[in-house]
Design a protein around this ligand. Structure first.
Ligand SMILES: Cc1cc2nc3c(=O)[nH]c(=O)nc-3n(C[C@H](O)[C@H](O)[C@H](O)COP(=O)(O)OP(=O)(O)OC[C@H]3O[C@@H](n4cnc5c(N)ncnc54)[C@H](O)[C@@H]3O)c2cc1C
Length: 529
């Protein structure tokens, strides 16, 4: 069956797409609104503002790729679609970070889990972070709108064996678990979401909101890295970008964008980076601070039967048994999920060298992996990380605190207990020096005594949040509860950077829903003026 490629079709029908890598001289573009970034926030805002009749330019640092480029191979997907070829790390290299860098942003490569912002997170923001108008009741219509737009619904196929182990472990132990809702339409259940959907079933921004905006006359400028905002008094008056070649190397071509309103949607590391580079006013030194990752621990388990974790929807079951167990701001909670298991992804996130690593990889098809995503940002000893400028760009400094390590030890124990309950033969907490553990009693003792440390314990994250928090009190926020700058009349932020804490849930639906609300209000304001 031929697979329709909406990008090729759209370009042939005359979409306004400019690949900045092909420009040979400096250029200036003008529109009502310029949006930086085309991911969850940028894509959602682009469609809503264009539908309201505004002229919109979307500026994206990454390339425009489509299903014809998604060949389900890690060796091309990571360099083509991920920031730093999926090798990004925090300053001390203790946490690996996955972020998208292509049209569609991280939504082009994400795993499709779609969860509304948990009630306790919203209540905490209202009571402690001066956020108004974002209660569960007020947001419900926006989540519904975006669930409808992106075809988000409960996964009705059986979970793959990797997810089924999570479910079976929870059933055996009487723990909470939930069937995941996914943003897919006509999904082939192949399991390669992280390499770009080869059949355009994933309802990412690449195949939904960005094409809809382009159909309505928006312009997309790809391979253009935004460097800074030019500002004077309370106005932004230009945005400057640098053209990038196909290897993402800078070209000597500068592009200037002028608009009535500017939206930063470059994600939770790069929105603060652009703000810092632009030297935006920041009297309370908030920009880039309190950046959160849901830092995640991994536990491997060897089963007798094939797990084949590369095959089938990557995430379809989660457990919230431990997320809020100790109260919102008590000991850190963790969400239990599984990741897809592909050779490079797993080889680079496991432990051992030479023989021991080869032995682990030899069991690849029998390997089940559970992950614990630690809910950071609520406990006083969980301030997250800080984005800082460097000579070459920016870095995320993210010290792992005692509170995190206490949560890590509890999480390893929960994961081992779960995996043995699901029938694992042996369990391997992914931290250097740990042997395979052969029973739950043996694991319980070993995990209580295990040595946990940065660079020794594998920590990873695909969720970046915060660094430009929303709220009404400028002492703790950069933008108001609608994402509008406290300092500039014509600047908004619409991406994962606006969260004052992590979410305790996978972020995409929170970004879609809150952006839909905020962009709708912005469209009303701009069309009224
Ligand atoms: C592998 C992976 C799996 C994930 N799985 C899930 C999941 O299953 N469920 C879920 O809810 N979440 C998941 N996430 C996270 C989710 O996709 C992100 O939280 C969400 O897409 C973030 O939206 P955003 O708008 O903040 O940024 P992004 O979607 O990351 O978009 C930001 C865009 O801005 C561009 N940009 C950055 N700097 C500049 C610049 N200077 N100039 C121009 N453009 C720039 C980037 O190239 C990027 O395209 C996953 C993420 C990854 C990487």
């Amino acid at each position: 069956m031929a697979i329709e490629d909406p990008i090729v079709t759209g370009l042939n029908s005359g979409w306004a797409h400019i690949n900045a890598g092909q420009l040979t001289s400096n250029q200036t573009f003008e529109a009502d609104v310029v949006i930086v970034g085309s991911g969850a926030g940028g894509g959602t805002a682009a469609e809503i503002l264009t539908n309201a009749g505004l002229s919109v330019i979307i500026v994206e640092g990454g390339p425009l790729k489509s299903s014809k480029d998604f060949v389900m191979e890690e060796r091309s997907a990571y360099p083509d679609l991920y920031q730093q070829a999926a090798g990004m790390k925090t300053t001390d290299k203790a946490i690996g970070i996955f972020q998208g860098r292509a049209v569609g942003g991280s939504t082009t490569i994400n795993w499709t889990t779609s969860i509304r912002t948990p009630d306790p997170a919203l209540a905490y923001w209202a009571s402690k972070k001066s956020v108004v108008g974002l209660s569960t009741d007020e947001l419900t219509p926006w989540f519904k709108k975006m669930e409808q737009r992106l075809n988000i619904s409960e996964w009705t196929f059986d979970p793959n064996r990797n997810n089924a182990a999570l479910k079976e472990g929870c059933e055996q132990l009487g723990w909470d678990y939930t069937v995941i809702k996914r943003n897919v339409k006509g999904c082939w259940n192949t399991g390669y979401c992280g390499m770009g959907c080869p059949v355009n079933a994933k309802q990412s921004m690449l195949v939904t909101t960005i094409p809809a905006a382009l159909e309505q006359g928006a312009t997309l400028v790809s391979q253009a890295k935004v460097m800074k905002l030019e500002h004077h008094n309370d106005k932004i008056y230009a945005l400057k970008a640098q053209a990038l070649d196909s290897n993402m190397k800078p070209l000597p071509v500068e592009i200037v964008f002028k608009a009535k309103h500017y939206i930063l949607a470059a994600g939770a590391i790069h929105t603060p980076t652009i703000m810092l580079r632009s030297k935006l006013p920041d009297p309370y030194e908030i920009i880039g601070k309190r950046t959160f990752l849901h830092p995640s621990l991994l536990s491997g388990a060897i089963f007798s039967d094939p797990i084949n974790g590369h095959s089938g929807a990557p995430q379809s079951i989660y457990s919230d048994e431990f997320v809020w167990k100790n109260g919102v701001d008590g000991e850190l909670g963790y969400k239990l999920e599984v990741p897809p298991i592909h050779p490079i992804l797993i080889a680079s996130k496991t432990i051992g060298y030479g023989q021991s690593h080869a032995e682990l990889m030899a069991n690849f098809n029998q390997l089940q992996v559970t992950i614990a995503l630690v809910r950071d940002g609520y406990h006083e000893n969980s301030p997250g990380g800080e984005v800082k400028l460097t000579d070459h760009g920016s870095t995320l400094d993210y010290p792992l605190t005692d509170a995190f390590w206490r949560a890590a030890r509890r999480a390893y124990a929960s994961m081992a207990e779960l995996q043995f309950a699901a029938g694992a033969n042996k369990v391997l907490p992914i931290s250097e020096g740990m042997p395979y553990l052969n029973s739950w009693p043996e694991a319980k003792k070993a995990i209580a005594e295990m040595d946990l440390a940065p660079l020794k314990t594998v920590v990873a994250s695909a969720h970046v949040m915060g660094g430009c928090p929303l709220g009404e009190d400028p002492k703790m926020s950069m933008v108001n509860s609608y994402g509008e700058s406290h300092y500039f009349d014509n600047l908004s932020v619409m991406d994962g950077s606006i969260f004052p804490t992590s979410l305790g849930a996978n972020p995409q639906l929170s970004i879609y829903g809150i952006t839909a609300r905020n962009a709708t209000r912005l469209a009303e304001k701009l069309t009224a003026s």
